[in-house]
Design a binder for this molecule. Sequence first.
Ligand code: SAM
Length: 243
Amino acid sequence: AEAVGGGDKEAVRAYFNSTGFERWRRIYDPATDDVNRVQLDIREGHAQTVAATLAMLRDAPDVPLSGATVCDAGCGTGSLSIPLASSGASVLASDISAAMVSEAQRQAQAAAASSSPEFRMPRFEVRDLESLEGRYDIVVCLDVLIHYPREEAQKMIRHLASLAEKRLVISFAPKTLYFDVLKRVGELFPGPSKATRAYLHSEKDIEEALRAAGWRVKNKGFISTQFYFAKLYEAVPVAGGSS
Ligand code: SAM
């Protein structure tokens, strides 16, 4: 039997406050050598997702990053929040894991010293995606939907869309036959650090959820390395969207 809903969420929270925190902190920190080959590959893939997200957001003439309000939902160690803050965006960086949020804060403080004069210290909050509220020019949620089963992911996309005025950028691990098989194989041979379930999503499901929320995909990206796969969607509201 698989854990879903609240049970799954508590497992995810506990994981990202303990072994998962240590594992992902090392993966995401380019200054850390203490990673194996697979983790290094995942670091490179994830860095490409962050870079592609920044490129999408810097390319949006209707939403200049400087002065924009951004909600980075599930911010992790701040890989995206910090460069956004350096571009002058006013960022809410939140995560379900207190350990992640304090690491993001630490990294932001270190970055602030050497960053551009435009740098605005993000607001850091420990909270889950469900409890996010307010309105933001841009809502970003990278590599978090892997923790949400199909229907909960669709519901979460509608929730995130309700917080966004102009852009919603999300990444997810695509559910194709090939990746599904890979994942099954992974479940047969779980590594010691694979403490939580991983949910892949079909493009159709994600697009449907966006459509139901009144949004459409404006730009798509696909990032893949040997061990890291992500679809990246930039979405805009259907009505009142500027392009
Ligand atoms: N978005 C960051 C990035 O791309 O660098 C972090 C990605 S990391 C793989 C997934 C993050 O999602 C973890 O920091 C985890 O604590 C967070 N997370 C998982 N479930 C969450 C939830 N329900 N609410 C908020 N954050 C959550």
